[in-house]
Design a protein around this ligand. Structure first.
Ligand code: SAM
Length: 370
């Protein structure tokens, strides 16, 4: 492998945080987590409240949950209690210890098979290679979300998305924390007689849109649109659901001239070219008043999430330079950038370039040179 090979850049971006050897010892037990979840281990330990053997857990698992409570000192640790009381986190742990663990395990095999050819393409990443070696040929033609849908894993994944690993601020709280005044943008649009339509692309079960509806009075269900491609979301109460698969090439964004197009944890699921293409489709649908609002983490603050995006989708967490570049590729300009101090998602706003203003500025710049 050459020193400046693209794989070495990817590896460096993933290992930019202290890596401890004890992390390695945790890898084998991770494979047991889906089994523990299947046998309701975390719930049962909390219900038992005391030491329980494997036989105790099996006995309780085979009975109904209401028969299982016994008295005694608690033995479930803090993590077990947290998982038992946080359904989204249980589904998150399941996602990490099934899809992500599987794909990570096949990363090196995939690189060896292709002479360290990197970057991967969307439909040819370690996940598809794993299914190829397991002779699940039907799945090797699908991208990872479609594989999860084919394996009936999307309902669990969507539950993970509704709360993730703990209490996160609501969408309006989050915007406020990074200095973005959503209410003023909506009020200004109303004052100018512009539409206040908001479209959440890949918006799952609509949690973020519901939070906005609760915080800004007067937004109706037709103003708040969730776009999704998956079968198990068929309607969302209080919001409008539109089916849209953004990966299909001849499939333009169906809602024109919305006030907001939100992409929350969507672009990081895509290879660079596909992310640029999705932004171009949004740009085609935008009017001068339209805004794209992106919510993603920073690569350097979330190297482990960055690694997960690579193995699952050949995606990436973005850096500020990459946001500028993506905006340019989609004929857009960056108009707001705000990140919280921790590893949480930031807010990146893009708007259409005003070409007249752009040309006048360029002319003025050229004239100043003479
Ligand atoms: C990481 S989740 C983010 C969900 C939500 N935006 C949030 O931040 O909680 C990505 C979402 O994109 C949706 N998605 C994946 N591929 C898609 C496609 N090709 N077209 C439309 N939506 C897609 C998934 O169903 C999922 O809801």
């Amino acid at each position: 492998m050459q020193h400046n090979h693209p794989v070495s850049y990817a590896v460096t971006s993933v290992f930019n945080y202290p890596f401890h050897t004890e992390d390695i010892h945790r890898i084998a037990p991770l494979g047991f987590v889906p089994v523990a979840i299947h046998f309701r281990l975390f719930d049962i330990l909390v219900e038992v409240g005391g030491p329980a053997s494997g036989q105790d857990v099996l006995d309780i698992y085979q009975k109904s949950p209401s028969d299982s409570t016994t008295n005694g000192p608690r033995s479930a640790n803090q993590t077990t209690r947290y998982l038992a009381s946080t359904p989204s986190a249980i589904h998150g742990v399941l996602h990490f210890t099934t899809e992500i663990l599987l794909s990570s395990a096949f990363l090196m095999r995939k690189l060896e098979a292709t002479g360290f050819d990197y970057p991967f393409t969307e439909l040819d990443i370690p996940m598809q290679y794993a299914h190829h070696l397991m002779e699940n040929e039907k799945l090797t033609k699908l991208y990872t979300y479609a594989i999860m849908a084919a394996e009936n894993r999307m309902a669990s994944f969507n539950t993970f998305m509704e709360g993730r690993f703990g209490k996160e601020p609501t969408a309006p709280e989050h915007l406020k924390a990074v200095g973005y005044d959503l209410e003023s943008v909506v009020a200004e649009a109303r004052a100018m007689g512009l539409p206040v339509t908001m479209v959440d692309i890949g918006g799952g079960r609509g949690q973020l849109m519901r939070e906005i509806k609760e915080s800004i009075p007067g937004l109706e269900s037709q103003d708040l649109i969730v776009e999704e491609f998956i079968q198990d979301i068929t309607s969302i109460s209080g919001l409008t659901l539109v089916e849209w698969d953004y990966t299909k090439e001849d499939n333009p964004q169906p809602i024109q001239g919305a006030l907001f197009y939100r992409l929350a944890s969507v672009l990081h699921n895509l290879p660079d070219l596909a992310a640029a293409r999705l932004l171009q489709k949004m740009s085609d649908a935008m009017e001068p008043h339209s805004r794209i609002m992106i919510h993603e983490r920073r690569k350097h603050a979330m190297a482990d999430a960055h690694a997960a995006m690579i193995v699952l989708y050949e995606g990436r967490e973005g850096s500020i330079d990459e946001w500028h570049l993506l905006a340019k590729l989609a004929r857009l300009k960056l108009t707001f950038l705000g990140y919280p101090s921790g590893p949480e998602r930031g807010a990146v706003e893009m708007r259409k370039i005003d070409w007249l203003e752009h040309i006048l500025t360029q002319c003025a710049r050229i004239m100043r040179q003479y």
